[in-house]
Write a protein that binds this ligand. Structure first.
Ligand SMILES: [Zn+2]
Length: 129
């Protein structure tokens, strides 16, 4: 399993969450919701596996990682097009789809408006009372 990328992404996210949790009286963390853009090419299975490794021996250990996908959306610089990009099947065993970074309508240059996210939407914690 190719994991290097996912592990470094998850390490960054986990250390940011741990830092944030210092401001709360968190006893334990129930779940963490991530938003992952399709442009990042990060695999769910790999992210969850990496999360389990990275959160070991932290307050996040045993919490659930929920992954929400954000579709790639672009807008054209030449025409009025706004929407998804054309995807090419890579055809290899990874079944990754490769986005075509030009306007599907006119072939012009495009600007990405979504699909690059890699962020935390919410963290559900159990606080002591
Ligand atoms: Zn166009």
């Amino acid at each position: 399993m190719r994991l290097v990328h996912e592990v470094s992404v998850i390490s960054n996210i986990v250390s940011a969450i741990l830092k944030e949790l210092e401001n709360h009286d968190a006893v334990s963390v129930v779940s963490v919701d991530l938003v992952i853009g399709d442009m990042t090419m990060l695999g769910d299975e790999q992210l969850i596996f990496a999360y389990e490794i990275v959160t070991r021996d932290t307050v996040l250990e045993g919490s659930k990682l929920n992954i929400e996908h954000e579709a790639i959306e672009v807008k054209c610089n030449s025409c009025e097009y706004k929407g998804p990009v054309r995807m090419l099947e890579s055809g290899d065993y990874t079944s990754h789809k490769i986005p075509v970074m030009s306007c599907p309508e006119c072939g012009g240059g495009i600007e990405m408006i979504s699909g690059q996210s890699c962020c935390v939407r919410s963290i559900e914690i159990e606080e002591s009372d």
